[in-house]
Write a protein that binds this ligand. Structure first.
Ligand SMILES: [Zn+2]
Length: 314
């Protein structure tokens, strides 16, 4: 499933491809993709005549902004957008086509058919499903150590499912949660409310650095993901723990482990992310991002601040 960086890459690419185009008509061939309005014909008719002004993003949702309408689109597992000339053959699994007045088309293809589209009046989208209850936007200026701490610090769930919960922080999925926890040196099964301020700040910095680097990687490699027809695919940056079970940890050389946390496959280094909530984190993290984390402190009093039942000092 695409996470924030992939959706952000799609957003940027799509912006260049469709902004300024006027919708002549819309064809929906798989009604269940369209969640709002209920009536597919109404969806098709309402969109006709509107000009695309911008493409936004909220969490993993795209917001296709028009004059007087906003289309909220979630790609889910395998949804893809592509821009084609209208005389090009329509590929299998193309479920929605936006026909533009300039002879091109925006086509939505989704093999798994899990993607969704919701149509709103401008501003209305933020007060309704699926955007209404979404949490902090990590690449927004409002995402700060303070707002992050407020969103996470009192949660009684394990930290990994807390980070996956889109009502607390948006955009993080299985891959970038594992990567962020590794960078912060935090075990995925620690209760969220057992993390002290220093750990939360480290995690905040790790999330920011992980997502920022991934977005930059997407931007840098964008050409290889847009084919001649303008179809966008997903990319994956070089990952440090995700999918590397059994391989040596890039920090300490011990094998990366895979376990299940909250029903999700979870990758971590048992040495760099001790189950007792060790305070060091992976050592010598390279300063590759503009907003890097502070060097981990080897706080002597760290364990005394742990409120966790299993907070044995490592
Ligand atoms: Zn390690």
């Amino acid at each position: 499933m695409p996470e924030l960086p992939e959706v952000e890459t799609v957003r940027r690419t799509l912006t260049g491809l469709i902004v300024g185009k006027k919708i002549q008509s819309v064809t929906v061939s798989l009604p269940r993709i369209v969640q709002r309005p209920d009536d597919i014909r109404q969806f098709e008719m309402e969109l006709a005549g509107h000009v695309i002004q911008d493409v936004g993003r909220r969490g993993k949702f795209l917001r296709i902004i028009m004059d007087g309408l906003v289309l909220v689109s979630h790609l889910r597992m395998e949804g893809r957008y592509g821009v084609y000339r209208n005389d090009e053959p329509v590929e299998k699994h193309t479920h929605v086509i936006f026909h533009f007045t300039d002879g091109t088309e925006l086509r939505y293809k989704d093999v798994r058919q899990f993607g969704t589209m919701h149509l709103f009046l401008p501003g209305e989208e933020f007060n309704n499903k699926p955007l209404a209850k979404l949490g902090l936007e990590p690449l927004d200026e409002s995402f700060s150590p303070e707002t992050f701490r407020k969103a996470i610090a009192r949660r009684t769930t394990k930290i990994k499912p807390a980070l996956l919960n889109q009502e607390y922080v948006v955009g993080l999925g299985n891959i970038y949660v594992d990567e962020s926890l590794f960078r912060a040196g935090i075990h995925p099964e620690l209760p969220a409310n057992s993390l002290d301020d220093e750990q939360l700040e480290r995690l905040y910095e790790a999330i920011l650095a992980t997502l920022t680097e991934a977005v930059e990687a997407g931007g840098a490699s964008i050409k290889s993901y847009v084919n001649g027809q303008g179809e966008m695919g997903m990319f994956q940056q070089a990952l440090r723990v995700y999918g590397r079970q059994g391989e040596p940890c890039l920090n300490c050389g011990q094998p990366v482990e895979k376990t299940v946390v909250g029903g999700r496959g979870t990758h971590f280094c048992p040495n760099c992310q001790p189950p007792g909530g060790g305070k060091t984190g992976p050592a010598r993290r390279e300063a590759s991002s503009g907003r890097t984390a502070k060097p981990p402190k080897l706080a002597a009093n760290a364990s005394s601040r742990s409120k966790s039942g299993n907070g044995v000092s490592a």
